[in-house]
Design a protein around this ligand. Structure first.
Ligand code: OGA
Ligand code: NI
Length: 399
């Protein structure tokens, strides 16, 4: 075990050993998996250096950002290729079509299917989530982030579960950090729901509004899971069942707060990553942009429509679909004029179920690309390494 921990210290092994280890350990007896979990748990015990809240840096009025937030030149927003606005943008799908006659319903399913195949990202309107509730959710969480830093730090999180108030993803010592703070909560299933101590006590309406929002967005996710199953030619309940059935799926909320950044050309609010889970429903800020989606070699800026929600495919749907649907890399830019708030609702598989490509999508011409893995094992990678593009899902492809 000692050798493994020493190996983890070098950069190469930090990036590649965890998936490799997972891959090697999978067919092994469960007592070895337990040992693997305890190794990972000990690595994720605490942050490697004191956490600095980005909001406090931003509010201190500095005109240049600390070196820890300066990306290497090739990763900076100004130097990477950005697709011209309007030239390209993610598709918009009107979900009211699902209530139409057969033809309307079929056309809507086809539009979603095409969006998943071509972009992995789309916006939905008439999605069934009350726009007024979305607004209340935004205002409540904005009020939370406006509380004094000392009040928020009561909820400071650790890399073991990430629940609470945090400012970094990944535990690599000396890593270049992203310009953003966040709040993370586990909502479902009940067995893993974040305990009382992890929920902000203020504003007092926060919990009720968040629960109401959870109920509505979960319904939307369940509908989308059906649409995606049909689009893949699977039984309508296939994906939901693979996620653990009706009450089994995992739901988490990550509220992102990106403070103003005095040098937005040098930093990123959130580095390129694909979401490790199933589906993500993002409530973005239509007044302050920042989200960019990868399309080929370029980054395409997402311009959310007022009242719309942004949907994207995560790695677990890439795995279940045997890579027919692909999770897509995205990142967040900062700006010097306005802070930005976004809410990512992650709809995930129950975390202890092994997931593998649907047998129906495995053929001699298209063999299974992934070995079974639980989401608990899968997400260790991003929890330890932080956002790293699509390295994990790509490196796990069976040879
Ligand atoms: C995320 C994410 C995008 C945004 O939280 O995983 O990609 O716009 N957020 O904040
Ligand atoms: Ni994301």
């Amino acid at each position: 075990m000692a050798t493994i921990i020493i190996c983890f210290k070098s950069r190469f092994w930090t990036s590649y050993l965890p998936p490799l280890l997972l891959y090697i350990l999978l067919p092994f007896p469960s007592h070895l998996k337990l040992r693997f979990h305890s190794i990972m748990d000990s690595l994720l015990q605490d942050w490697p250096e004191p956490v600095v809240c980005v909001q406090s840096l931003s509010e201190s009025g500095l005109s240049t950002i600390p070196n820890r937030y300066i990306k290497p030149p090739s990763d900076r927003p100004s130097l990477s290729i950005t697709s011209k606005q309007n030239q390209h943008s993610i598709p918009v799908v009107d979900l009211s079509g699902l209530m139409d006659d057969v033809a309307g319903c079929r056309a809507t399913i086809q539009a979603i299917s095409a969006a998943c195949r071509e972009w992995g990202f789309f916006q939905v309107v008439n999605h069934g989530v009350s726009v007024e509730l979305m607004e209340r959710m935004r205002e409540t969480w904005r009020s939370f982030f406006q509380l004094p830093i000392k009040v928020k730090q009561v909820y400071a999180n650790s890399p073991k579960t990430y629940e609470g108030y945090g400012s970094r993803l990944g535990v690599e010592k000396g890593a270049i950090l992203d310009w953003g703070d966040y709040y993370f909560l586990n909502l479902k299933p009940a067995s893993v729901r974040s305990r009382e101590m992890h929920w902000p006590a203020q504003p007092c309406s926060l919990r009720e509004i968040t629960n109401e929002y959870e109920r509505e967005v979960a319904k939307l996710c369940q509908t989308l899971m059906k649409v995606l199953s049909i689009s893949l030619g699977l039984d309508v309940d296939y994906l939901q069942n693979a996620f653990g059935g009706g009450g089994g799926a995992g739901e988490c909320l990550r509220v992102n707060y990106y403070p103003k950044c005095p040098q937005p050309d040098l930093a990123l609010g959130l580095s390129p990553h694909s979401d490790p889970g199933g589906l993500t429903v993002l409530l973005a800020d239509h007044r302050v942009g920042g989200l960019q989606v990868r399309k080929g070699d370029a980054w395409v800026t997402v311009q959310p429509l007022p009242g719309a929600l942004v949907i994207n495919i995560g790695d677990q749907i890439q795995v279940l679909s045997n890579s027919v649907f692909k999770s897509v890399e995205h990142r967040v830019l900062t700006n010097s004029m306005n802070e930005r708030l976004s809410m990512a609702f992650f709809y995930n598989p129950r975390s202890d179920l092994p997931l593998a490509p649907a047998q129906e999508l495995v053929t001699p011409e298209r063999p299974s690309l992934y070995r079974p893995m639980t989401f608990d094992e899968y997400r260790m990678y991003i929890r330890k390494n932080g956002p790293r593009g699509k390295t994990q899902v790509e490196s796990l492809k069976a040879q």
